[in-house]
Each structure stands twice: as structure tokens, then as C-alpha cells.
Design a protein around this ligand. Structure first.
Ligand SMILES: Nc1ncnc2c1ncn2[C@@H]1O[C@H](COP(=O)(O)OP(=O)(O)OP(=O)(O)O)[C@@H](O)[C@H]1O
Ligand SMILES: [Mg+2]
Length: 229
């Protein structure tokens, strides 16, 4: 379970505290998927970074299956992110010099030795790439892929460690409609078969609509727009 309790975030500025998130509370169980929409600058990415332990909240708590990543030291926090969180950003952020297969395997290379098995990791990476329709693109460099293919590779990379939490920040933002539809469909399909907790920030109402839970961020506060029974 992901539990976000009374999370606030502010930055000190020369003109005083700049409040970005104000008292955000959210609980998501395993297998639940939520979309977050809202105007530019309302704090959506900031919230995702906090959920993924990339940014520390100013106040409030975040726990994933009872563990608070912000109570951990730097190394354990990095290990938590590697094991428990998958990220997909608007910009695929694939390593340009590495093949698609190497990119998908990259999170396994920094995993603790006890959690690594080169043969097993590679077959999982190949299986994931087949699931996202890239079985015949394994040796391509990111520069040799279309935009939609890059996002599908990024999705495979985000899932290679079988994370509890999958966080996507405008994953279809740079794609045309057909490619966006494919990525959205894959995202929901992979989520359904893996029972991750999925949170997707999007400006696309058609994508947000596909999620059982939908939230709206407005000036740092998070409100449900609708909820399934
Ligand atoms: N390090 C920082 N210091 C000060 N202000 C920041 C910092 N990082 C982000 N902000 C501010 O926080 C606000 C929220 O940013 P955030 O990136 O979360 O917005 P967003 O909802 O994701 O917007 P978009 O839809 O454009 O991606 C913005 O006004 C931004 O300027
Ligand atoms: Mg953003």
C-alpha cells in the first residue's frame, strides 16, 4: 500500500517560502491505478518525485508497504528506489550509447548482488521487450527508435525490477495520438497483470479517463475527480 499523509512541500526563496504542495493525502492499494491531471505548475511532478523518493517532503509522511523511504540513509534510499519504484518520464531518458536491451537491463546492474542473476535478468528483459512489441529492436540504439518505441522501451526498463510502484510523468506527452494510445494501452495492461500501484500524471483527458481513480491537482492540493466503487 502507498500511503501519503499530509504531505507539503515548499522551497525557500528570497521573498519567503514558496509553497508547492499543501497537505496532500492519498492512499493507494496494490493493483490500484490513478491518474493526476492539473494545470502546469500545480505541483504534479513534484508530488511524483516525492512518491518516488527523489524529493523529500517539507512536512508529512510517505510509506510504501509500511516503509518510509525518507527514514533511510542515502544508500538504502537508492536501493529502495531501485527495487521498489519504476519511473517513466515524458522524455524517455534512455542511455543513447546503449542498445535497447542494455537500457532495459541497466537497473539490474546496480541491484545488490544477491538480487542479480545475469541469465535470468536478460530473459526477463527480453520477455518484457516482447510484451511491449520491441522483440525485433533489441540491438537498436535509442536514436534508431521512433518516439513511441522509445517510451515502450522506457516502460520495459521501469518494470525490469518488478517494482511495487510505477510512476509516470506525462508518458505520452511527446507522442502522436496513435503512439500515445499504444503506450497507454500497454501501461494499463502491464499494470493489470503485475498488480503494481500505478500513478500517471497526464494532460490528456482521454488517457486520464481510462483510470479507475482520477485526481486533479490544483495549486498544490489534490482532489479526487471521481472514484470507482
Ligand atoms: N527546486 C525548486 N525551487 C523552487 N521552485 C520549484 C522548484 N522545483 C519546482 N518548483 C516550482 O514548483 C511548481 C510546481 O512544479 P511542478 O514541476 O511540480 O509542476 P507540474 O504540475 O508538474 O507542471 P507541468 O504540468 O508544467 O509539468 C512550479 O511553479 C515550479 O516553478
Ligand atoms: Mg510536470
Amino acid at each position: 500500500m502507498l500511503s501519503v499523509q499530509h504531505v507539503s512541500k515548499s522551497y525557500p526563496t528570497p521573498r519567503g517560502e514558496l509553497q508547492i504542495l499543501a497537505d496532500v493525502t492519498l492512499t493507494l492499494e496494490r493493483g490500484q491505478a490513478a491518474s493526476i491531471m492539473g494545470p502546469s505548475g500545480s505541483g504534479k511532478s513534484t508530488l511524483l518525485y516525492i512518491l518516488g523518493a527523489l524529493e523529500r517532503p517539507t512536512r508529512g509522511t510517505v510509506t510504501l508497504d509500511g516503509r518510509d523511504p525518507f527514514s533511510l540513509g542515502e544508500r538504502d534510499q537508492a536501493a529502495f528506489r531501485n527495487r521498489s519504484v519504476g519511473f517513466v518520464f515524458q522524455d524517455h531518458s534512455l542511455l543513447p550509447q546503449c542498445s535497447v536491451l542494455e537500457n532495459v537491463l541497466s537497473p539490474t546492474l546496480v541491484a545488490p548482488p544477491s538480487e542479480r542473476d545475469a541469465g535470468e535478468d536478460e530473459s526477463r528483459a527480453r520477455a518484457l521487450l516482447a510484451q511491449v512489441g520491441l522483440a525485433d529492436r533489441l540491438d537498436h540504439r535509442p536514436g534508431e527508435l521512433s518516439g513511441g518505441e522509445k517510451q515502450r522501451a522506457a516502460l520495459a526498463r521501469a518494470l525490469i525490477r518488478n517494482p511495487t510502484l510505477l510512476l509516470c510523468d506525462e508518458p505520452t506527452g511527446n507522442l502522436d495520438r496513435a503512439a500515445a494510445d499504444t503506450v497507454a494501452w500497454l501501461l494499463l495492461d502491464l499494470h493489470a497483470s503485475r498488480k503494481t500501484i500505478l500513478v500517471v500524471v497526464t494532460h490528456n483527458p482521454a488517457l486520464a479517463e481510462r483510470f479507475p481513480l482520477a485526481y486533479e491537482m490544483s495549486e498544490g492540493t489534490l482532489q479526487p475527480c471521481r472514484a470507482s466503487a
